[in-house]
Design a protein around this ligand. Sequence first.
Ligand code: TEU
Length: 594
Amino acid sequence: PREKQWWKQAVIYQIYPASFCDSDGDGVGDLNGITSKLDYIADLGVDVIWICPMYDSPQVDMGYDISNYEDVYRPYGTVQDMERLIKETHARGMKIMLDLVINHTSDQHAWFKDSRASKDSPKRDWYIWRPAKYSASGERLPPNNWRCNFGGGSAWEWDEATQEYYLHLFAVEQPDVNWENPETRKAIYASSMEFWLERGADGFRVDTVNMYSKPPTLPNAPVVDPSTPYQPAGMIYCNGPRMHEFLAEMNAVLEKYGAITVGELPCTPDTARVLQYVSAKAKQLNMVFQFDIVDVGMGATHKFATPPRNFRLPDFKAAVDLTQALIRGTDGWSTVFLENHDQARSVSRFASDVPQHRVASARLLALMQACLSGTQYVYQGQEIGMVNLPADGSYPIENYLDIDSSLFYRMVQERYGKDNQAELDKAFAAIQYLARDHARVPIPWDGKGKYGGFSLAAEEAGKEVKEPWMKPHPLAGEINVASQLGDEESVLAYWRKMLKFRREHADLLVYGDFVDLRPDDGDLFVFVKVPDHGGGGDRVLVVLNFTEGEKTWSAPNAKELGLEREPELIPIMSTHKGKTEVGRLAPFEGNAYL
Ligand code: TEU
């Protein structure tokens, strides 16, 4: 049987500091705001919190551009506030993970300032500098055709002063660190990891963990989009030759503290490759985030090059199957998540956010996730069923602030002209569907408070409260924490129930094997969880209706379920109250049977 570990059955709750809770009324979330909500989080049934970057940063990419690992972004608080948050988290029996962003730093980090100062700077080699190439006609060109991850431009930026290009896989202001340099690696471990482990952090969510080692020749990416010189190159720069050596080195540090890790693995669809990071034997990472599920419906050449809801349920199910397969017959481990700070809201993406269906949809997805194997992650606001920003004009494009959305929109304006309404509408539709902004709106703590109660404590203390850094959700009056807290029928109550249900049936729900019984069904998701040792014993059957219509279904027989006798199908959980009938499903209804 599969090896049990506390972190495998843990529920991890992700917090985005800027948007979680504003304790002082300045319109920006802060660490003391997080501390003030720890009881709320613990009550949900959470074991670990993960805080997105709270380090000092110019905030070009909301803190994923770090200018000092050893300090806190002042509007969020101080190192002392962080120490208090760690202490208070531990006092409630929870653990705390921080975000480890070490593929790149901010261009305002002292290391990069040194590096760019001159070609002879002792830190020149701490980043990735290359000379220009020249075309036959003498035009200056970047070293290769890689596109950066935001907008549509080159991954190389020309530095006028020292006449070389530097690599930035993300924003221009996020230069990639040169991991080939051992001195740089040592400095990274000390500054970003040990500094916080010494202060009580229990682990890290490791940003873009498979990008540290670049292929030495920096080869061109194949041309998939002939309309531009810059091509998506993730398949080239991810999973480079020295990745596992670097991770082993990092682990020597992490192990001293018993720290746990979850690493982001974009551009890695191959299960065998993923296992090299997350098999227990490999000792690289405890957990990984695969992108297969959250990439469903995204454009092939560019994330936003897609019309809304551009996928069929079987695509979604195949992606779920792929991530669940990670633990099938292996010593690897999986994660369960549909949301994070980079994703639009799951109810809007994978089910339905229209008023008559959104509560059922949120419950349906909660039930589904509770029944999938791996460590469960919940992103702030997911537990109250938050949905995407509306497309009805109440949240215009100017309100979208994320660099990913705004650079894309600007690229479309530049390419097609600011008066090409058809192209602009298409771009906005994609943003309304997939933008990271949907996850970054201030949490509505109380629909009756100002700005959705984002700064409620300050407001109640009679302070003047500023408008939040990002415009509040227009539906804050309808979807907020306060109105769900006392309501047993709320999405919040349902999530709490789901996390408990998951714990009670952990052998099957957390550790069991997943089998999709009807992979081609375009309307229903029907799967079974079987004991991981493959032998006899209970199974959990899960039936989920992903449509707006009523559906009928026939129960799988003993053979399909791997049982000797026909199953009795005892209902153990439903999205709909008092539901026991087998064979009929209301819109977005889901049921689990033993
Ligand atoms: O994201 C890494 C990532 O690989 C991308 O999928 C990113 O989400 C995508 O380009 C956006 O469309 C991580 C962080 O989670 C993200 O917030 C940061 O912006 C990024 O790294 C750079 O640090």
